[in-house]
Design a protein around this ligand. Structure first.
Ligand code: HEM
Length: 557
């Protein structure tokens, strides 16, 4: 009896297992089929069906291609996919989220030139613990009002007054470089520290003390933060906060943000103290005059806006310049604005904008100048042309401070910088959230609402249809006669249109002073060829192999 019972008991699971297996299999297939039909019925999926791209898997899309891939490899992987697809429009899915890459300038213009597609994509949200809702990320009215306040604080009339600070810091940089003369070293470390110091003294109006090493520490923390954000961008499983918080990176992020924010807090505190000292000494507020000047300026802009196609709001501000002396530098303006009755600028908003300007203003120029030096070290004939131009400008007075009008004569150096930013754009990709369908120009495709558009300066700047020898470093690409016929959106290292970089004139001026100062003192020699550069696009484009150069004293004949 017991044996029979035992047999019955044992026999039951044997027939039950296949049933369970079939049920689970059937259930899974049904769920997949429902998901598939639901997914295929989505507006953005239907509309983007014919756009080429790697085949996505259900649920995860193409996200798995990031598994085990290092930050250096991911850039190469994306470039390989682009090469394989041979298309100016390409799609990729991360889970159910659709990303569309555009490389043709005519399509790029539809996005960047528009006053509608201004919203940054979700990926920028990962910056929020660092930059809050600063200008880079904010949207709607907040972005518009802050942009109107901040853009004029980088106007040429203010930039001219920064020349002594640029010169002083360039000299201090030369003295630091003296210590590594004749050795192979990573020039990026020096460019980072110097650009932070310059930003603090110009845009923030805070003097650095000799023993202060915050510039270097800050720059290092920014680089480490960028590494984390980049990893979270492409390893999408690290995106959700509830997963990220259990990783080692989360505790590191807290440490890096403390270094970054303690500098910005210190800067704002010092500046506020200065302000109250000035006010208690009975000095008049410069803010009201500055606002009056800006309002008059904006009225002129409103009048022109109706009939003039505006490519870039900064151009407009330049054209309608008034009130040379009335403008205030960035942080002076923000502090004065916050203290003026009726102004709604809060302390938190000031902090967000200071963090944004400090980040955008230093890492980009540090990378840009390091690429210029690497390239000049490789192409000796181009470096010699720069020297010939500098000799024309400075004649026998080779060591005197550089003036604003000298920089206007540095046409060849300007072309070298522009060509460097073409091949190695410090911001290699930008993205936008699309909220309505956009019919493209380059091909018969529509970017559907809800897609995220990726626009890569790196790829468009090397587009063979728009550049003669796309991968050859040739500053003559920017001779006026060679620019005339080229599409305006074939080159946009500073982005373009209403959301373009507010600091681009500042950046160009600073780069000219720093680079001309280095070239006057040193011969630059690179230890590697361009094809040996190992690029890493972690938010800001860098050389993963380091920006290694050697500098020797220049003896002029
Ligand atoms: C070579 C140097 C620089 C390059 C290549 C560069 C590039 C860019 C690019 C591509 C954008 C658009 C980013 C996006 O849409 O995601 C941008 C935005 C911005 N940049 Fe720069 N930048 C440089 C220097 C600077 C400097 C020196 C400052 C300030 C001192 C600055 C401040 C900003 C700000 C505040 C924005 C956000 C503008 C907005 O969304 O309205 N940048 N920059």
């Amino acid at each position: 009896m017991s044996a029979v019972v035992g047999t019955e008991i044992l026999a039951a699971p044997a027939s039950f297992v296949p049933n369970l297996f079939v049920t689970v299999l059937f259930g899974t297939v049904t769920l997949l089929a429902i998901y598939h039909f639901w997914f295929q019925s989505l507006h953005y999926v239907k509309l983007s069906k014919n756009i080429p791209g790697p085949t996505p898997l259900p649920f995860v899309g193409n996200a798995l291609m990031a598994i085990g891939v290092s930050p250096i490899e991911i850039m190469q992987k994306v470039l390989d996919i682009h090469k394989e697809l041979k298309s100016d429009v390409a799609k990729i899915y991360i889970g159910p989220k659709l990303y569309i890459g555009l490389t043709d300038p005519r399509d790029v213009e539809l996005i960047l030139g528009s006053h509608v597609h201004l919203e940054k994509s979700w990926e920028y949200k990962l910056f929020e613990p660092w930059l809050g809702e600063g200008l880079l990320i904010s949207k709607g009215d907040k972005w518009r009002t802050h942009r109107k306040m901040i853009a004029p604080t980088f106007h040429s009339s203010i930039l001219k007054s920064f020349m002594p600070v640029f010169n002083k810091n360039a000299l201090s940089l030369l003295n630091q470089l003296e210590k590594v003369k004749g050795q192979i070293f990573d020039v990026h470390d020096y460019m980072s520290g110097t650009t932070v110091d310059i930003l603090l003294e110009t845009a923030m109006g805070v003097k650095k003390t000799e023993e202060d090493n915050t510039g270097f520490e800050y720059a290092k923390a920014v680089m480490d933060m960028c590494n984390i954000l980049h990893l979270r961008h492409y390893k999408v499983w690290l995106r959700p906060a509830f997963i990220f918080k259990w990783t080692k990176m989360a505790s590191e992020q807290i440490k890096f943000l403390e270094i970054i924010h303690s500098l910005t807090r210190k800067v704002i505190k010092r500046k506020k103290e200065d302000y109250f000292v000035r006010v208690s000494a009975g000095e008049a507020s410069l803010y009201k005059e500055a606002v009056k000047a800006e309002e008059a300026n904006n009225k002129v802009n409103e009048k022109t806006e109706n009939y003039k196609y505006i490519r870039d709001d900064l151009e407009d501000i330049e054209e309608n310049d008034i009130g040379e002396k009335k403008r205030l530098a960035f942080l002076d303006f923000m502090i004065e604005a916050s203290q003026t009755k009726g102004n709604k600028l809060t302390d938190e908003e000031i902090k967000e904008e200071v963090d944004t300007i400090m980040f955008e203003g230093h890492d980009t120029t540090a990378a840009g100048s390091s690429f210029v030096l690497s390239l000049l070290g490789i192409y000796e004939h181009i470096q010699n042309k720069c020297i010939a131009e500098l000799q024309e400008i400075f004649h026998d007075d080779w060591h005197r401070p550089i003036t604003f009008s000298d920089t206007l004569q540095m046409k060849y150096l300007e072309r070298v910088i522009m060509e460097t930013l073409r091949l190695y754009p410090p911001v290699p990709v930008i993205s936008r959230q699309i909220n309505e369908d956009i019919k493209l120009v380059s091909a018969n495709y529509t970017v559907p609402a809800k897609a995220t558009v990726l626009i890569s300066q790196y790829l468009t700047h090397r587009h063979p249809k728009y550049w003669k020898n796309p991968t050859v470093f040739d500053p003559d690409n920017f001779l006026p006669e060679n620019c005339q016929e080229r599409h305006y959106y074939a080159y946009f290292p500073f982005s373009a249109g209403p959301r373009s970089c507010v600091g681009r004139k500042y950046a160009m001026l600073k780069l000219k002073v720093i680079l001309a100062s280095i070239l006057r003192r040193y011969i630059i020699i690179s230890t590697k060829k361009e094809e040996d550069f190992r690029l890493q696009g972690d938010i800001i484009l860098k050389r993963a192999d380091g920006f290694c150069v050697r500098m020797e004293e220049r003896v002029l004949s």
